[in-house]
Design a protein around this ligand. Structure first.
Ligand SMILES: *[C@@H]1O[C@H](CO)[C@@H](O)[C@H](O)[C@H]1NC(C)=O
Ligand SMILES: *[C@@H]1O[C@H](CO)[C@@H](O)[C@H](O)[C@H]1NC(C)=O
Ligand SMILES: *[C@@H]1O[C@H](CO)[C@@H](O)[C@H](O)[C@H]1NC(C)=O
Ligand SMILES: *[C@@H]1O[C@H](CO)[C@@H](O)[C@H](O)[C@H]1NC(C)=O
Ligand SMILES: *[C@@H]1O[C@H](CO)[C@@H](O)[C@H](O)[C@H]1NC(C)=O
Ligand SMILES: *[C@@H]1O[C@H](CO)[C@@H](O)[C@H](O)[C@H]1NC(C)=O
Ligand SMILES: *[C@@H]1O[C@H](CO)[C@@H](O)[C@H](O)[C@H]1NC(C)=O
Ligand SMILES: *[C@@H]1O[C@H](CO)[C@@H](O)[C@H](O)[C@H]1NC(C)=O
Ligand SMILES: [Ca+2]
Length: 531
């Protein structure tokens, strides 16, 4: 007799009924999974995976391109994994994953998004949301990997990227969810950050019936202008070693320290967090070298670079292209924006989409390029609606969050976006709410209380699935119980390590209310008030 059978018999003797029932349930779920035929339900699709996966399994993705940096994923619940290739035209297709948990909660369906200009399925978001009982779908957004090279000469792939991959995936995902559980999803959600935030807003704009609730984190809205803004830094800094190039040590030391010296205390607490970035106008002139001294200071040309970098990005006639960057993001922003190298997403966007010129040199980027990008606006990728009447009418809800020290998309852009929508709808809070997350970098991490149940692998990190602390739980409570969130409590773990315990928590305010320190231990949420 095998040792496993012995073990089973020993356990069964302890609690026979329970174990037998549990194992029968799993068996029948496993059978239902393995006899599912998704490719028969989705026209022209090809099945690439169908497997029953048990809680605790680390799935391997040997075919996933290396640049996606997702070779495997730990799965935290029993589920049925469905993967298909679905054509979107005669020369493009999506790679589609649908994970169907055995413990399907409240018949919830969820679509996940992508990032950058990539075609990378966020397996970590599929794992997190299925562990919380959602049937969860993700696509490769029409292409594989983190570059935009496949856009060149194939507008169909670009069309997938703008809106079609997500909608195609969502339509198939909902249909298969219904077929699998023999019950239609009761509520549908979207969950994404960065490019993924844009995708959520685009969904509400183009396909208002797709989702009841959308979490659009740090959204890359006004996308054409965003690509221009991020291309703008490299011509200012120049390549590494060019005259007056500012090296990484000056960014993470000298400049970042001076930003904090000028702005950290504006909120009343020296804690490394610029609580209200709107009050921080960094003045780099204080770093100008005194005559005859070039130690720990910057020359006049370098100060001028900083003035350009921290200013709002405008056309020469003063028309705004994109709001100013978040001061205080330097430690991470230096890795991309100020690294003395092109920002790869913008470089690819101009090379393979806007200019159709694979040899375009990003050091030559100027206003003409961003103006052209906005004019072309391929497949209406802009994503900058002022109203979403159909989405509002059907009762849809949107939640956005954005880090105050974001190093890739300035949070001032989300303020501008929300304000512009509020200009058109005095009751915008009834269906679209925005939380500024102080001291958070892009989508996650940073000195602030940044763990809020956002996607991107930072999701679960030790916080409960409760609306007060978790943005995904918050959208569910808003959609299903009508509980609109008034505040979102963020958590900071000691050294960002859950096992070391909570360092502090802070209640992030519903925009446009502003955080005010009212005294006491600054690590206590009660020492602050939203006003
Ligand atoms: C599906 O396949 C059929 C026949 O092979 C073809 O005519 C049709 O255009 C395809 N549809 C899509 C959406 O690719
Ligand atoms: C994308 O990668 C998947 C594996 O993750 C593969 O099945 C698919 O064929 C690839 N698609 C393209 C267009 O290369
Ligand atoms: C998956 O397994 C982990 C570890 O045993 C357990 O804590 C968790 O509750 C399980 N999840 C589900 C949904 O059963
Ligand atoms: C692909 O479809 C387009 C229309 O969407 C058509 O113009 C083109 O001829 C088709 N190409 C092939 C190779 O079938
Ligand atoms: C040079 O300027 C820096 C920064 O203002 C200051 O810290 C340093 O003491 C000065 N050194 C001399 C020799 O004056
Ligand atoms: C400023 O210049 C931009 C780019 O050329 C143009 O689109 C815009 O209309 C101009 N604005 C004004 C007020 O002239
Ligand atoms: C931008 O660069 C192009 C060539 O790369 C040049 O033709 C154009 O005049 C430049 N525009 C501005 C506003 O400098
Ligand atoms: C946190 O990290 C810092 C720097 O890496 C280290 O010095 C410190 O000991 C860590 N604290 C704990 C509690 O592990
Ligand atoms: Ca502070």
């Amino acid at each position: 007799m095998s040792s496993l059978l012995w073990l089973w018999l020993a356990l069964a003797a302890l609690n026979p009924l329970c174990l037998v029932l549990a194992s029968q349930a799993s068996n029948s779920f496993q059978q239902r999974c393995l006899s599912f035929a998704p490719e028969k339900l989705i026209r022209n699709s090809t099945r690439t995976a169908l497997e029953f996966v048990t809680n605790g399994t680390t799935l391997e993705f040997p075919d996933n391109v290396a640049s996606c940096a997702r070779p495997s994923q730990l799965v935290s619940t029993n589920l049925c994994r469905v993967a298909l290739s679905i054509p979107t035209s005669n020369r493009s297709s999506i790679t589609f994953e649908l994970w169907l948990p055995e413990q399907w909660q409240a018949a919830r369906y969820l679509s996940t998004g992508n990032g950058g200009i990539d075609g990378c399925i966020k397996y970590e978001d599929l794992a997190y949301t299925t562990a919380n009982g959602f049937a969860a779908m993700g696509t490769n957004n029409g292409h594989n990997g983190t570059t935009g090279v496949t856009f060149l000469g194939n507008p169909d792939i670009l069309e997938d990227f703008s809106y079609r991959a997500l909608h195609t995936g969502t339509t198939a995902g909902k249909l298969l969810t219904k077929a699998f559980y023999k019950k239609a999803p009761a509520h549908s959600y979207y969950y994404g950050c960065s490019l993924g935030g844009r995708m959520g807003i685009k969904g509400a704009e183009m396909y208002p019936e797709d989702y009841d609730g959308i979490v659009a984190g740090c959204p890359a809205v006004d996308f054409n202008h965003l690509q221009g803004e991020r291309a703008m830094f490299y011509p200012i800094t120049g390549p590494v070693g060019s005259p007056n190039f500012i090296g990484p040590d000056d960014w993470t030391g000298l400049i970042h320290d001076e930003v904090l010296r000028q702005c950290d205390g504006l909120d009343g607490v020296i804690d490394g967090i610029i609580e209200v970035p709107d009050r921080c106008y960094f003045n780099p002139k204080t770093l100008l070298c005194p005559p005859g001294n070039s130690t720990a200071c910057l020359n006049a040309q370098q100060v001028q670079q900083l003035e350009q970098i921290y200013a709002p990005y405008t056309y020469p006639n003063g028309t705004l292209i994109f709001p100013r960057m978040n001061p205080g993001n330097e430690v991470f922003a230096v890795l991309k924006f100020f690294a003395g190298a092109p920002f790869s997403y913008s470089q690819d966007w101009f090379r393979y989409v806007v200019l159709n010129n694979p040899t375009w040199d990003p050091i030559t980027y100027n206003y003409t390029d961003v103006s052209l990008a906005e004019e072309l606006n391929p497949f209406n990728i802009r994503t900058y609606p002022q109203v979403l009447p159909a989405f509002k009418k059907r009762g849809g809800k949107i939640l956005s969050y954005h880090g105050g020290q974001d190093n890739q998309i300035t949070s001032f852009n989300t303020e501008r976006f929300w304000d512009r929508m509020a200009d058109a709808d005095r009751h915008l809070h009834d269906w679209y709410r925005f939380f500024r997350i102080s001291g958070m970098f892009h989508c996650n991490s940073g000195p602030g209380a940044w763990v809020i149940g956002q996607g991107g692998g930072a999701s679960g990190q030790g916080i409960p699935f409760e609306p007060e602390q978790n943005v995904l739980a918050a959208i569910v409570a808003w959609v299903e119980k009508g509980q609109a969130p008034d505040c979102l409590t963020g958590t900071k773990f000691v050294n960002d390590t859950v096992s070391l315990g909570i360092d502090f928590q802070r209640n992030h305010c519903l925009y446009p209310s502003t955080q005010t320190y009212i005294g006491g231990d600054y690590k206590l949420p009660s020492s602050w008030r939203c006003e």
